[in-house]
Write a protein that binds this ligand. Structure first.
Ligand code: UGA
Length: 436
């Protein structure tokens, strides 16, 4: 199959490289010539483990190429995937679809033979219908079909998620489109390794939002249970284990922490609420989730201040991990932003270390002193706070760390250290959802 990917952002680039790795011929198109130049030199625009090697080998094999010329890129395509950004529109929280619509129009004009246009960007219910309407206007007789094919990739594990998905969801209204999409995903569905679920286009669009909202609810649920655990003397990790063994509940996404962040859950929950409101069908559990998660990020700052005795004026706090989760440099809606704000508002000085996030974090937290490693951050600090669970923080020499700090206080917002282990190294530890 000949596939064109419009947009070499996170989703477009990972999907394009993986499709090429399956043996398809893939052209990735982006308007940003700097980005395309760098991709030609195998410099990735994002940090994603394994992506540079995957891109390099497929470019070398002649299956993957990059261009800024959209017309040239889509000319012979069987399927054109639109993977451009859909940021939250300022003011009303709606997903901004202008990039999707503009791309669809340009592709429709450029196509020279019948093809399938696939929205991979996360788009509200009904977007496929709107894309179809635009295409009917600009290219009514080209035999173009519109399909929805949402992605379920996690940053940091995107290649694995693409190649070994729990399922692939395809929303198509037309037999010809179903055939093209079946062929594209054949390498995955062979031997029924991954089920490809064919549904209506609107259903497919909603599945994406419902999946992310459900996961956000699940995380928020365990976060609130963790607060309750602290009050009643229970252990949230054991509660999560105890409920997660019930297959109806499942053990994943039950890690209590400082609240969810990232480019997806915050944006997609808001967009779902907008769709719900527009259709007079409130989804109250998601409304509550959004509010609780916002409040939680700020509450984590207060939790640290309380652990430090209530007054942090002039004190130094060392933060480990700033990105919204490990294995990414993404700082979007990261809980660390609210935590730094709360600590600085209370008069503390923040020193921080993150393995990949510093560049993106700097402009968001101009008063923070960035350090070259965890021990440097901890020097003379009055508390050490684990905000993001990067693997390298799991293997810290805690005895050395306790000696490095001014006060051996560990606030572990990701529960990576068992209390006894930290105490044996000389720490006073405050965890999330653990008995005091
Ligand atoms: C999420 C979904 O997991 C993907 O399936 C989806 O494709 C993607 O959004 C998207 O819509 O593009 P991602 O945002 O990369 O992926 O990251 P997750 O691993 O889901 O983590 C999201 C947030 O939840 C992080 O802040 C993480 O720390 C937090 N989290 C996750 C918890 O606090 N506890 C958990 O148990 C799991």
């Amino acid at each position: 199959m000949r596939i064109t990917m419009i947009g070499t952002g996170y989703v477009g680039l990972v999907s394009g490289a993986c499709f090429a790795d399956f043996g398809h011929t893939v052209v990735c198109v982006d308007k940003d010539s700097g980005k395309i130049d760098r991709l030609h030199q195998n410099i990735m625009p994002i940090y994603e483990p394994g992506l540079d090697a995957l891109v390099a080998s497929n470019v070398k094999a002649g299956r993957l190429s990059f261009t800024t010329d959209l017309a040239e890129g889509v000319k012979d395509a069987d399927a054109v995937f639109i993977a451009v950004g859909t940021p939250s529109r300022r003011g009303d929280g709606h997903a901004d679809l202008s990039y999707v619509f503009a791309a669809a129009e340009e592709v429709a004009r450029a196509l020279t033979k019948p093809a399938v246009i696939v929205t991979k960007s996360t788009v509200p219910v009904g977007t496929g219908d709107e894309v179809e309407r635009i295409i009917a206007e600009v290219a009514p007789d080209k035999g173009i079909k519109v399909v929805s094919n949402p992605e379920f990739l996690r940053e940091g594990a995107a290649i694995e998620d693409f190649k070994r998905p729990d399922r692939v969801v395809v929303g198509a209204e037309d037999e010809q489109a179903v055939q093209v999409m079946s062929e594209i995903y054949r390498p995955l569905s062979l031997n029924q390794a991954a089920p490809v679920l064919f549904v209506g286009r609107r259903t497919s669009e909603l599945i994406k939002y419902a999946a992310n909202a459900f996961l956000a609810v699940k995380i928020t649920f365990i976060n609130e249970i963790s607060d309750l655990c602290e009050q009643v003397g229970a252990d949230v990790q054991q509660v999560a284990r105890g409920i997660g063994m019930d297959k109806r509940i499942g053990s994943k996404f039950l890690h209590a922490g400082p609240g969810y962040g990232g480019s997806c859950f915050p944006k997609d929950t808001l967009a779902l609420l907008k769709t719900a409101a527009d259709n007079d069908t409130p989804v109250r559990i998601v409304e509550a989730t959004v509010q609780v998660n916002e409040a939680r990020k700020r509450a984590m700052g207060r939790k640290i201040i309380k652990a430090m005795g209530g007054d942090v004026r002039g004190k130094k706090v060392a933060l480990l991990g700033l990105t919204f989760k490990p294995n990414t440099d993404d700082m979007r809606d990261a809980p660390s932003i609210s935590i730094v704000q709360a600590l600085e508002d209370a008069g503390a000085k923040v020193h921080a270390y993150d393995p990949e996030g510093e560049e993106q974090a700097r402009p968001l937290m101009p008063n923070v002193e960035f350090c070259t490693g965890p021990y440097q951050a901890a020097e003379n600090a009055d508390a050490l706070v684990i905000v993001t669970e990067w693997d390298e923080f799991r293997a810290l020499d805690l005895k050395r760390m306790a000696r490095t700090l001014n006060q051996p206080l560990l606030v572990d917002l990701r529960n990576i250290y068992p209390a006894q282990f930290a105490q044996d190294a000389g720490f006073t530890i405050v965890s999330v959802g653990k008995p005091a």
